[in-house]
Design a protein around this ligand. Structure first.
Ligand code: HEC
Length: 153
């Protein structure tokens, strides 16, 4: 039993360090994955706003929580040296104007925090409340992409 615990925790440490190495080695992959999680939550939110998916407060809350997690983590994955490669669409402006990028990221974080705060423990009560809280959050996608992402579509 004891041996099993030692083995399990060694294995665990191995997984954790493997994850850390991956993140450090490939910040572009991590920041793309974070954006893909934003895209999935934006799609779910959009489907509810358009009435294609029945409104569900718990689903709405999960979307806001996902935006929050990505907004909090996102700024860590733009080290010097990750300006190019791996089909990144990050614009040079991120490194040329770091204060501006920080400001855009800060606004996204603040809008998500406000939305989470307004939605309470169980999520926005109805679709109208969700629209009001998620609207400002979703406006950040386009505005940040306009300034800090290479537009190739
Ligand atoms: C603070 C700036 C910022 C905000 C806010 C932001 N994005 Fe992004 N997004 C970026 C940057 C920079 C990239 C390019 C990352 C790369 O390719 O290295 C990107 C890339 C993407 C991608 C492409 C990912 C890939 O696999 O190449 C998607 C999809 C995306 N964003 C969706 C969203 C959605 C949806 C939102 C709003 C909920 C959002 N983004 C908000 C900056 C932002």
């Amino acid at each position: 039993m004891k041996r099993f615990v030692v083995y399990a925790s060694a294995l665990c440490a191995l997984f954790i360090s493997a994850a850390a190495v991956t993140a450090a080695d490939d910040p572009i992959a991590v920041r793309k994955a974070l954006m893909q999680s934003n895209a999935a939550s934006a799609a779910t939110s959009g489907a509810m706003l358009k009435g294609e998916l029945d409104y569900n407060p718990a689903v709405a809350k999960a979307a806001l929580a996902t935006f929050n997690a990505s907004a909090q983590a996102y700024g860590d994955y733009f080290p010097e040296g990750s300006e190019t490669g791996d089909d990144t669409t990050a614009a040079p402006a991120i490194w040329e104007n770091p204060e501006g990028f920080q400001e855009a990221l800060g606004k996204f974080q603040a809008d998500v925090a406000a939305a989470l705060e307004a939605s309470g423990k169980d999520g926005p009560a109805d679709l109208a409340a969700f629209q009001q809280t998620v609207g400002p959050v979703l406006s950040n996608c386009r505005s940040c992409h306009e300034d800090f992402r290479i537009q190739n579509d």
